[in-house]
Design a binder for this molecule. Sequence first.
Ligand code: FNR
Length: 383
Amino acid sequence: MAKITEIDDLKRIYKRRTPKMFYDYCESGSWTEQTFRENSSDFDLIKLRQRVAVDMTGRSTASKMIGQDVAMPVALAPVGSTGMQHADGEILAAKAAEKFGVPFTLSTMSVCSLEDVAENTSKPFWFQLYVMRDREFTKRAIQRAKDAGCSALVLTLDLQILGQRHKDIKNGLTVPIKLSPYTLLDLATKWRWGMQMMQTKRRSFGNIIGHIDGVSDMSSLSVWAAESFDPQLDWDYVKEIKDLWGGPLILKGILDADDAKMALNVGADAIVVSNHGGRQLDGAMSSIKALPSIMDAVGDKIEVHLDSGIRSGQDVLKALAMGATGTYIGRAFVYGLGAMGQHGVEEALRVIHKELDVTMALCGEKNVQDLGKHNLLVPRDFY
Ligand code: FNR
């Protein structure tokens, strides 16, 4: 088996094993993919300050996210259709997160349901909610999350309308699915993927979204999604959802200081500075570049998390040193899942943990809580 030393190793295996339309679904951004690219490349603009002759023994990456203990402040982001990347993908990713001691977030758009994941894990996980026109759906989903023992609700605010993703359209991931000779050939060569899907009872094409009745294939999913996301979502409704849920609430998809202030006003427990991994508003700022102004606006009043573009423990360290108390990885764990199932997600977490720990040491820090701007050289245009 290949030696995994960096996230890119997992990505290479994932690409080899996964049908192109699902690989592209993950590895793409909207429109020109500028924001998708800059999410990662902007991390590279930030330099680390190397420190020497500092006692580096007894280091710890342990921390808290919304008051919950975490082995490192890196949660698994909600990723729709994770069960299409690997059979039972949501369950396997949740198990890996549980084993590693980091939060797992189940997407509304998951193949495995809240109940499937709850039955197969022993620690509480987080549930991500999309707001639908059908407000009864929202109520039911919140109740199901409560019944499943979820310990936080992650409400996604940046997808009231779907960003246009060229690759998905061209691959036939939207209506109608184009089963061209190429697609069929591709599926035939990715036989391992096909074998897994045949063996699971949570078959992706049998019940594509565990939370939604009557959506039985990718084609009906896209019709359903276009008709169902609620374009009327506003801050009053966010407040209503907060009251309905009654537990820790994390608002995801904040990229602007004014929105961060609104999130604070509605009484959220945390925000996620995120542009949905570059899948929504192309041309928007990278998350890491948006972080400083948001920290200035609300950083001392609300917990600030960050995702989009994180591919290494060094990226995690940079986000933490710039003030975030937690981070999320999306694609980085999907690569692992598609490459090697649960073991691959564990490998992704192990790689990121190791990189975070070693980088912390070489920056002369022993605890993630001690990281700060003093560890970085940040370009002026970030402020
Ligand atoms: C996502 N993301 C996402 N977010 C969300 O709130 N609900 C969802 O169902 C999904 N689905 C989804 C599918 C895929 C394939 C990807 C790649 C992403 C966004 C996700 O939670 C997170 O914000 C980004 O993945 C972070 O960027 P990186 O880490 O992938 O660069």
